[in-house]
Design a protein around this ligand. Structure first.
Ligand SMILES: Nc1ncnc2c1ncn2[C@@H]1O[C@H](COP(=O)(O)OP(=O)(O)OP(=O)(O)O)[C@@H](O)[C@H]1O
Ligand SMILES: [Mg+2]
Length: 259
């Protein structure tokens, strides 16, 4: 078996509290693995430490205990071979769509760069908008520029922190479908943070469900449903409801919460 793309081993992190000497334990003994080419979602209650965990994996913050190996190597800081896509728009407002997508390709020769940019512009459905500036685009289009830029840089791994959180419902649904299609074609490893359980079940091969703070991985849920996923199918609904129950929530009015 090949080494996992990401191996999180007994990670803990604590942040300083408001009072002197106070420490807030955020993550507690978190262990998980992501296989090469796998799409894994991380869900959990707000404030449990999802972004903190992603930031540890991405090398932006250091764990208080434990270690993270990416492709077998301990993470010591951000690495250009792995790309982050955030909820807040990360596109550069002073660059056009074309220039934004080409951002990570400065070292390529011009003809190659142009070819890569047009490939990903087409993939995210932005043909005809190459010369537009972010202010002339909708939120969903800007997010697609960011995804195209991430893919064009050809990273092995993409980290996404609620990338569709700021989008309206319909755009979010479309972006999810697009992302799955692109991921299937490109065979990237994706670690995707969301607090939206339905989103996680639509996207992931496996969902890591985190507990409230200090968070640990409470359960790993395998989503072995065919893609594209039918959001009305009994299989989808059963997985979704299972995760709701793991998180102590109930969908049925009047039913008692598990916690
Ligand atoms: N740099 C920091 N310094 C101090 N506290 C922090 C820092 N980063 C995060 N925290 C705290 O750690 C906890 C977890 O934050 P984190 O952003 O990881 O949660 P989250 O699960 O991503 O939440 P959300 O779903 O709201 O995005 C919160 O209580 C937050 O206030
Ligand atoms: Mg977060």
């Amino acid at each position: 078996m090949s080494i996992p793309a990401i191996a999180i081993r007994n990670c803990a992190v604590a942040f300083p509290g408001k009072r002197v000497g106070e420490e807030i334990a955020v993550l507690n003994n978190v262990s998980a693995e992501v296989a090469k080419g796998e799409f894994v979602c991380l869900v959990g209650p707000s404030g449990c430490g999802k972004s903190s965990l992603l930031n540890i994996v991405g090398g932006f913050i250091t764990a208080t205990a434990g270690e993270v190996l990416v492709e077998g190597e301990p993470v010591r800081g951000p690495d250009p071979r792995r790309i982050f896509v955030f909820q807040e728009n990360g596109v550069f407002p002073w660059l056009s769509v074309r220039e934004n997508i080409a951002f990570g390709l400065r070292r390529r020769v011009a003809s190659e760069r142009a070819e890569i940019v047009s490939h990903y512009t087409a993939m995210v459905g932005l043909i005809g908008f190459e010369a537009a500036y972010p202010r002339e685009l909708s939120g969903g289009m800007r997010q697609r520029v960011e995804i195209a830029r991430a893919l064009a840089a050809n990273p092995d791994i993409i980290y996404m922190d609620e990338p569709f959180g700021a989008l309206d419902f319909i755009t979010r649904l479309k972006m999810r479908t697009d992302l799955v299609r692109i991921w299937q074609r490109e065979k990237k490893t994706i670690l995707f943070v969301t607090h939206d359980i339905e989103e996680a079940v639509q996207l992931a091969d496996r969902v890591l469900v985190m507990s409230p703070r200090p968070a640990t991985i409470q359960e790993v849920v395998e989503i072995d449903l065919p893609r594209p996923r039918d959001l009305d199918s009994p299989g989808y609904l059963a997985k979704r409801d299972h995760i709701f129950r793991v998180m102590g929530m109930s969908l049925r009015v009047g039913e008692k919460l598990a916690v």
